[in-house]
Design a protein around this ligand. Structure first.
Ligand code: NDP
Ligand code: MG
Length: 379
């Protein structure tokens, strides 16, 4: 039995992590955190009996304290409380399933204690990849990706990193694959929240529809696998069966496949280098029938090129790309901007980004605030 903590336990990845815990019987829960979903975390606390729990929303934390007063859990609050949960002594691994840049400080807290990071929170590497990877090396903390593409790349590379030439990262294309720029103008949040293959939190579902998600994932892959953006090729794969591929120097291409179910990469990130009992359905390729691949339409979906541009310009530009996107997605979900405004606003924020060499974590949060402010001024 390994002790693990789950940050963001009430979300899509968080709840699937707890399903993996139930299915494998290999893990005990040390700490759970959420933002404001008190009723779900209360149920989780009663079932998994963690030592620590935290709500980032102060009122939710007060409410939770009263609700679980009859248990032994200690309830903390705020982002400092999440950092304390991430650093809890008894846990060997931490699943980072918080959404957005809010996951950065807790991830660094777990890294500073040398814990294994099962990394779902891609925004951590997008905004502060260089610092995070350097800190992980310094503290001997392993970062194992949960993102399905990165798990596929990690599994496909195996121990052949020195022969790696190129990554071919797959994208489902989202619900608006094949649509024209004109057709995208009238997309509503309800339409964008319907992903064809994956059931995920609202923010990443919108990111998948704009293809910002693939842009974030390219930056994430650069940091995880030490390649430049030019050596990471995005390709549309409608069925989401081939989770990504790697090409070695001799032109051999290795892919990892499976049904689209996040429980598999979550489980692998926790059990690596071992593997566990099956946590999802087995793949029946005959039933799938056809695997299709297409080029990305960068004209209609400019997000990947914006991300690659940000990657070339460095950490601060990546933080601006990410912060502007987080702010724009929130506006879109609240009906305050159109679907196509999301990438327009990112581009505007990037055009005004400050230049800072060797930025600190404080500089990164400053760039994030800056991007959010610019996006608010756009509406
Ligand atoms: P969800 O929105 O479903 O869940 C987010 C979790 O984080 C919830 O527990 C939420 O609590 C908590 N949370 C929200 N805001 C804050 C905050 N400001 N501070 C602390 N905690 C907060 O997201 P997903 O599970 O879909 O995604 C989580 C991360 O994993 C994202 O970075 C995403 O890109 C990545 N990812 C997700 C995949 C998926 O299939 N869902 C696939 C690959 C990567 P509460 O419920 O109380 O609001
Ligand atoms: Mg992914």
């Amino acid at each position: 039995m390994k002790n693990i903590s789950v940050l963001g336990s009430t979300g899509s990845i968080g709840t699937q992590t707890l399903e993996v815990v139930d299915q494998t019987n290999d893990y005990r829960i040390s700490a759970l955190t959420a933002h404001s979903n008190v009723s779900l975390i209360e149920q989780q606390i009663r079932k998994y009996k963690p030592k620590l729990a935290c709500m980032t929303d102060e009122n939710a934390a007060k409410d939770l304290k009263v609700r679980v007063a009859d248990t032994n859990v200690k309830v903390l609050s705020g982002i400092e409380g999440v950092c304390e949960c991430a650093a809890i002594d008894e846990a060997e691994a931490v699943v980072t399933a918080i959404v957005g840049i809010a996951g950065l400080k807790p991830t660094l807290s777990a890294i500073s204690c040398g814990k294994r990071i099962a990394l779902a929170n891609k925004e951590t590497l997008v905004t502060a990849g260089e610092i995070v990877i350097a800190e992980a090396k310094r503290h001997g903390s392993e970062i194992i990706p949960v993102d399905s593409e990165h798990s596929a790349i990690f599994q496909s590379i195996s121990n052949q990193q020195k022969f790696l030439k190129r990554i071919i990262i797959t994208a489902s294309g989202g619900p608006f694959f094949g649509k024209s720029k004109e057709e995208l103008k009238n997309i509503t949040p309800e339409m964008a929240l319907k992903h064809p293959n994956w059931s995920m939190g609202a923010k990443i579902t919108i990111d998948s529809a704009t293809l910002v998600n693939k842009g974030l994932e390219i930056i994430e892959a650069m940091h995880l696998f030490g390649l430049s953006a030019d050596n990471i090729t995005p390709i549309i794969h409608r069925e989401s069966i081939v989770h990504s591929m790697v090409e070695f120097c001799d032109s051999s291409v290795i892919a990892q496949m499976g049904v689209p179910d996040m429980k598999l990469p979550i489980s692998y990130a926790l059990s690596y280098p071992e593997r566990t009992v099956p946590v999802c359905d087995t793949l029946d390729l005959v039933k799938v029938g056809t695997l299709s691949f297409y080029d990305v339409d960068n004209e209609t979906f400019p997000a990947i090129n914006l991300a690659k541009d940000a990657a070339k310009k460095g950490t601060i530009m990546c933080s601006v790309f990410n912060g502007a996107n987080e702010a724009a997605v929130e506006l879109f979900l609240n009906g305050k901007c159109s679907f196509t405004d999301i990438t327009k606003f990112i581009e505007t924020a990037m055009s005004k980004a400050p230049k800072i060499e060797n930025p600190s974590i404080d500089d990164i949060f400053m760039a994030d605030d800056f991007a959010r402010k610019i996006v608010k001024e756009c509406v």
